[in-house]
Design a protein around this ligand. Structure first.
Ligand code: FAD
Length: 331
């Protein structure tokens, strides 16, 4: 019998977050049948319809005013709602994304249910004889991969790293149904409430969503060159990234950091300038389809992963690179 799988989708500003389609694609690795999607929201109507477009058999909308954007802020309501639902339904496997929501909610739910949870998984499989999930996740700061086997307790909660699995494409054929479940949330369950949201001032595309990312590292030598990288990113309609070394030096804000302790990205093209390619940095860009590296050290680790590499001083290489990109854009 195939495992009973539940994907915990995400709702942002009333719409279905793209990560949901990634989780569904990951779920296909252990079952041919698409799973049920659970959404936590104040009003999941629009997001639930989008989820049905992905071809899922059912969307279960757990709704409560405190579950706006999945209960962002304190997440107490989300933990209560999801733990109650999973405790009643007892599926075999639950997929959650390693987003702010999943990172906070899933381990607390696992603790409440007394079931196992695996963080930051980048691959998975089903051990058919036992029906248990086997996951792969980076360890030792991304320097090694470890394979973990769940034991028999259920549900087995798998937290998946974003930008690893190709999002499932919509089928257009709506065959599933939407079931709305009101949550009876006791007042004393919500101890932390979101009081205010401050919007990050940002121009252009979000780093996590960008098709092209141009990133700089310690090799740039200071904050000034980041302006040149921003120009290149603008020409390509992309976003600006950075290594932790550059962020720690104060050359650029930490919101641009890519890596193990930064953001996970999966652009079509990732252009790195003066970045050595430490494993902790590469952990954040393993979803990139093609890496282009500019580095003066021919032995730099980044060249092992780069599809295209230029060995040279960025001060000489970058201007010609930007000019050529502009030229191509005009032709
Ligand atoms: C627990 C932990 C978590 C971490 N998390 C992250 C993370 O999320 N993200 C992250 O990035 N790092 C992270 N790090 C740090 C990581 O180990 C590296 O120290 C960091 O990525 C190095 O940044 P860098 O490549 O910019 O600098 P360096 O490693 O110093 O590399 C600079 C590169 O620039 C090249 N260069 C120098 N001058 C020029 C020039 N003129 N032209 C062209 N190339 C030049 C050099 O050849 C070199 O390869 C983490 C470390 C730990 C221990």
């Amino acid at each position: 019998m195939p495992p009973r799988v539940v994907v915990v989708g995400e709702v942002q500003n009333g719409s279905l977050a793209g990560i949901t389609a990634e989780l569904l694609s990951a779920a296909r690795k252990i079952s041919d049948q698409l799973p049920v999607v659970v959404l936590l929201a104040d009003d999941a109507g629009k997001a639930a319809q989008t989820a049905l477009d992905l071809g899922v058999p059912a969307v279960i909308a757990l709704q409560h005013p405190s579950l706006r954007d999945g209960g962002a802020g304190g997440f107490d309501a989300a933990v209560f709602a999801l733990a109650t639902f999973l405790g009643q339904e007892r599926p075999d496997v639950v997929f959650v994304a390693r987003t702010d929501f999943g990172y906070n909610v899933a381990p607390r739910v696992a603790f409440r249910l007394g079931v196992p949870v695996a963080q930051d998984c980048i691959d998975l499989a089903l051990d058919k004889p036992s029906g248990n999930v086997v996951v792969t996740r980076p360890v030792y700061g991304g320097n090694a991969m470890a394979v973990y086997r769940f034991k028999d307790k259920r549900p087995q909660i798998v937290i998946l790293r974003p930008k690893i699995f190709e999002p499932l494409a919509p089928t257009g054929a709506r065959v599933g149904e939407i079931r709305t479940v009101g949550i009876d949330l006791p007042d004393n369950r919500v101890r932390a409430r979101l009081v205010e949201t401050a919007k990050e001032s940002r121009q252009g595309v979000r780093l996590e969503d960008a098709e092209v990312v141009v990133a700089g590292g310690r090799g740039l030598g200071g904050p000034e060159p980041f302006k040149r990288l921003q120009e290149l990113a603008d020409v390509l309609g992309g976003a600006l990234g950075a290594s932790r070394a550059a962020c720690d030096a104060g050359w650029i804000d930490h919101s641009h950091q890519v890596g193990l302790t930064g953001k996970s990205i999966g652009p079509r093209v990732y252009i790195t300038v003066g970045i050595s390619g430490a494993s902790q940095h590469m952990a954040g860009c393993s979803g990139a389809k093609a890496i282009v590296a500019i580095n003066k050290d021919p032995d730099a680790n980044i060249f092992k992963d780069a599809r295209f590499g230029v060995v040279g001083d960025w001060q000489k290489v970058l201007p010609a690179f930007v000019d050529t990109v502009r030229e191509l854009g005009r032709s």
